[in-house]
Design a protein around this ligand. Structure first.
Ligand SMILES: Nc1nc(C(F)(F)F)ncc1COP(=O)(O)OP(=O)(O)O
Ligand SMILES: [Mg+2]
Length: 219
């Protein structure tokens, strides 16, 4: 059992912002704070890819972004880097199929939030057995952010999870925008994970607010 109930996790997944320093031409701290003001419900620090920060610079950016999330009372998760998550006492981690084994990560992180990427019912069931708190399913649509993304799968796997009545919170990811976000929720996802739609926006605050309205149908 983690610090959050499954119901709370579903609420947190609603507007799931993910970014690193190379996902925006604007200062990452500024973009994150605008997204926090706009109402994101959880943040994932994902510092990877070309010209990603490393070592002390990566640690200091993560620490600043964690501080912003704490100020706005939004959980701060770390992608891939379990050691960093533990060093910062982050609220949780997200791992993919090519990352550390979920069973081992669950042992390392105790009751922190554990998110796992999955691309099939088999992978979802294994992640659930390993103690995952939520599953990231995608890419729903074509994405240019993740260079090694798997093939676009639409909402079919989300729908299958619902048909099989697998009781695990789900967030869709991959190429999601204000214009195509609603079908992801309609298919049964508890939320949408966003990188570029917010990180590349001229006004991340307004963009987040518009996205939140689409996903939660509230002001
Ligand atoms: N980072 C992610 N976050 C989510 C979340 F569920 F949070 F939306 N889903 C999927 C991924 C992709 O995770 P992974 O397959 O390891 O690739 P990468 O480490 O390059 O992100
Ligand atoms: Mg990963």
């Amino acid at each position: 059992m983690t610090i959050y109930t499954s119901e709370k996790i579903k609420e947190l997944l609603k507007v799931y912002f993910i970014m690193g320093s190379n996902n925006s031409s604007l200062a990452p701290d500024y973009v994150l704070e605008e997204a926090l003001k706009g109402g994101i419900t959880v943040f994932q620090f994902r510092e990877k890819g070309s010209d990603a920060l490393e070592g002390e610079a990566k640690f200091q950016l993560a620490k600043r972004m964690q501080k912003l999330c704490n100020h706005y009372n939004v959980p701060f998760l770390v992608n891939d880097d379990i050691e960093l998550a533990i060093a910062l006492d982050a609220d949780g981690v997200h791992i993919g199929q090519e990352d550390e084994n979920a069973i081992k990560v669950r042992e390392w992180i105790g009751n922190k939030v554990l998110g796992v990427s999955a691309h099939s019912i088999e992978e979802i069931k294994l992640a659930m057995e390993a103690g995952a708190d939520y599953i990231g399913i995608g890419p729903i649509y074509a994405t240019s952010t993740k260079k090694d993304a798997k093939e676009v799968q639409g909402t079919s796997l989300i729908e299958k999870v619902k048909q099989l009545n697998l009781r695990i919170p789900i967030v869709g990811i991959g190429g999601i925008t204000i214009d195509n976000a609603y079908p992801v929720i309609k298919a049964g996802a508890d939320g949408v994970a966003i990188i570029s739609e917010i990180s590349m926006a001229d006004n991340p605050y307004e963009q987040t607010k518009r996205l939140k309205k689409v996903v939660t149908d509230q002001e």
